[in-house]
Design a protein. Structure first.
Length: 126
């Protein structure tokens, strides 16, 4: 599950810089709202304008079945409240990477001809 946005982490750090008596404390920062991988895929599909193709496999040992950031300590000691919710964070992240991809030359992002191949020396092969 994804349960944080960079904006929330930045806000919490700014609060911690001015909060009294919290030096050395550890805080969970996130939305305090649980979302399943299915919900995450659904939201990303909506943002991307594509139907997610999900393949379900058997659970593996060590898989985390449920995850939720307990932000109660940050609320109590820092006055933290989430400002960026999952859907907004996903949208902003999608837009950021879409803008970055638009700046990549075609030969690098795979949408155009690849650069010419070159011989690899024995020294480079190790």
């Amino acid at each position: 599950m994804v349960d944080e946005g960079v904006g929330n982490v930045v806000a919490a750090n700014l609060l911690a810089m001015t909060a009294a008596g919290v030096s050395g404390e550890v805080f969970n920062i996130g939305c305090g709202q649980q979302s399943s991988l299915n919900e995450l895929a659904r939201q990303l599909g909506q943002i991307a304008g594509a139907e997610p193709q999900v393949t379900y496999l058997p659970a593996r040992g060590g898989d985390i079945l449920h995850s939720l950031a307990d932000i109660s300590k940050a609320r109590a000691l820092l006055g933290y409240e989430p400002a960026v919710w999952l859907g907004v964070g996903l949208q902003r992240t999608w837009e950021y990477f879409a803008a970055q991809r638009a700046e990549i030359p075609p030969s690098v992002d795979g949408s155009g001809p690849a650069p010419p191949a070159r011989e690899v020396s024995a020294r480079e092969r190790g």
